[in-house]
Design a protein around this ligand. Structure first.
Ligand SMILES: *Cc1c(COP(=O)(O)O)cnc(C)c1O
Length: 394
């Protein structure tokens, strides 16, 4: 059965038609190396700088502060390892959260082995950090605060502007993993006092394997990759011009259409959330009810295995996720759901449906029609649920 309804846009998105069209000439027509001097190379160089402007404009940065990378994971690694390396003489303490993407968490674990000390902030039941906790964690050795803009599993948007203000006041660099946020929610690195920001193309309609990092002018970061002089020696390697063109185009489109897309997606999302909660007993919404990504729906069902739900949905042609794509395949429950206080069994029974501009109301209606039967079918096989159902009847 092939996928008819794709509701896993937090895992990756389809490349947009306009993006594909913009990218194609840079494979066959303008294939020159942007570092060379002849005609087609100049076209590559021009495209590179235009994309840099598009990306910068999307987050209110200066083009000179944008460096292209091979994706969100690389940008996250560069922010953490690059700042740690550059600032180790000032201090060895980093503050992050328990709900970050593994590109942040595993990099922090690596840095801990290198002698850095990392504070992992707790989050509340909605997935938000507390500014008081953050303030209390800051010490003279703190060199970096890294808090994600929006969570990839539960969609919660963090108080970025307040974190930025605090970091600025204390003179500490502030990095945000904005992979889920760029092109989805408004970002202004000036107003929000962000010093470093990670983004990735494939979460907003550009190809996979392209990303960027914003580094505020004057912020000290060591490069991860050495070689040629590309990206002002901050990221060696011949530029992925088609990918870069795609990222620039995708950011430009997403930001221009944001208001309209957000209004439409929030309506679909809320219909989906409310419909599921109304139709299915023993279900709860994960993540913040209001401060959440426009396309994110994450719901836990008691007495159910998330993985079996995914298989039954797949049989109907519906693509969804039970946490994050990176964690499925392992039996550990999601670290994000555990951090918001869900016990293991509830964390296991959770479903993430993430919408984007391609999803329709008919698709939402179809999911709302089918999901209650899937959940019921699985619960009917659960001895625990049988007990509950019996007690409820008495
Ligand atoms: C997808 C994702 C990443 C990793 O980005 P890649 O481009 O796939 O390496 C990092 N952080 C968050 C929050 C993500 O959702």
């Amino acid at each position: 059965m092939s996928t008819k309804i794709y509701m896993d846009n937090a895992a990756t998105t389809a490349v947009r038609d306009e993006v594909l069209e913009a990218v194609l000439p840079y494979f066959k027509e303008y294939y020159g190396n942007a570092s060379s001097v002849y005609g087609i190379a100049k076209e590559s160089k021009k495209a590179l700088e235009k994309a840099r402007e598009q990306v910068a404009a999307g987050i209110h940065a200066n083009p000179a502060e944008i460096y292209f990378t091979a994706g969100g994971s690389e940008s996250d690694n560069m922010a953490l390892r690059g700042v740690a390396e550059a600032m180790k003489n000032k201090g060895n303490h980093i503050i992050t959260t328990k709900i970050e993407h593994h590109a942040i968490l595993h990099t922090c674990e690596y840095l801990e082995k290198q002698g850095f000390s990392v504070t992992y902030l707790d989050v509340d039941e909605y997935g938000k950090i507390s500014l008081e906790d953050l303030k209390a964690a800051i010490c003279p050795e703190t060199i970096l605060i890294s808090v994600m803009f929006a969570n990839n599993e539960i969609g919660t948007i963090e108080p970025i502007k307040e974190i930025g203000a605090l970091a600025k006041e204390k003179g500490i660099y502030f990095h945000t993993d904005a992979v889920q946020a760029v092109g989805h929610v408004p970002i202004d690195v000036e107003e929000m006092h962000i010093d470093l920001l990670s983004m990735s193309g494939h979460k907003l309609g550009a190809p996979k394997g392209i990303g960027a990092i914003y580094i505020r002018k004057g912020v000290k970061v060591k490069p991860l990759i050495f070689g040629g002089a590309q990206e002002k020696k901050m990221r060696a390697g011949t530029e992925n011009i088609p990918g870069i063109v795609g990222l620039g185009k995708a950011v430009e489109l997403a930001v221009a259409e944001m208001e309209e897309t957000t209004a439409r997606l929030e309506k679909l999302r809320d219909k989906l959330i409310q419909g599921v909660l109304e139709k299915i007993p023993y279900s709860r919404l994960n993540g913040h009810p209001k401060d959440r990504l426009p396309g994110n729906c994450n719901i836990s069902f008691e007495y159910i295995e998330g993985e079996s739900m995914l298989l039954l949905l797949d049989a109907l042609g519906i693509a969804a996720s039970s946490g994050s794509a990176c964690t499925s395949g392992s039996l550990d429950p999601s670290h994000v759901l555990l951090a918001i206080g869900l016990p293991h069994e509830k964390a296991h029974g959770s479903l993430r449906l993430t919408l984007d501009r391609n999803n329709t109301e008919e698709e939402v209606d179809f999911v709302l029609e089918k999901l209650p039967f899937i959940v019921q079918r699985l619960r009917d096989m659960s001895p625990l649920y049988e007990e509950i159902a019996k007690t409820a009847k008495q």
